[in-house]
Design a protein around this ligand. Structure first.
Ligand SMILES: [Zn+2]
Length: 170
């Protein structure tokens, strides 16, 4: 790893060995990741994209030709990342929304929201399944995880380290 260089602009991750999750980025890059906690009003996907760029992996934004239009994806290396809002996508047992296993269902208009959020959860699961069937590794990042830079780094490090491992079962 070359410390101190701006990682943005590297687009061929294969040139750089990325052996273990902890060493996947340089300390300088890690510092930057830690500083990338969302500022008020920043869209979640933008924060995640900024962090993903630090790992020197090649990616495409909004792959609309893939199931579910993942927010970040690499078709040839077959991975896709979704960035989901906790309420709308019904994050199970989320600390932020404090909802249950089916996400948070607001007290007013309960029946409407229960159906709406269940639909979203089902659709998300189906899209992820379709991608996995095509041999993609799929990662969902939740809004509540984006706000925790250390956790986000851990999740992404593990995910990108795994990409160098054996192919997932179809
Ligand atoms: Zn959440």
């Amino acid at each position: 790893m070359r410390a101190g260089r701006d990682p943005v602009g590297y687009d061929d991750a294969r040139e750089y060995p990325r052996p273990v999750a902890e060493d996947i980025v340089t300390p300088a890059v890690r510092r930057r990741i830690m500083q990338s906690v969302p500022r008020r009003g920043t869209r979640l996907e933008l924060v995640v994209r900024e962090v993903v760029a630090a790992y020197r992996v090649r990616y495409r934004l909004n792959a609309t030709d893939l199931p579910g239009s993942p927010d970040i994806a690499n078709k040839s290396r077959r991975w896709a990342i979704f960035v989901h809002g906790c309420f709308w996508h019904g994050h199970a047992n989320c600390k932020k929304t404090k909802g249950g296993a089916r996400g948070r269902i607001p007290a007013s208009n309960r029946a409407f929201w229960a159906v709406k959020i269940a639909d979203n959860r089902r659709r998300d699961a189906r899209k992820a399944r379709e991608l996995r069937r095509r041999g993609f590794r799929v990662l969902t990042i939740w809004e509540c995880q984006v706000c925790d830079a250390r956790r986000l780094d851990r999740i992404l490090s593990r995910f990108f380290a795994m990409l160098d491992g054996p192919a997932p079962p179809r």
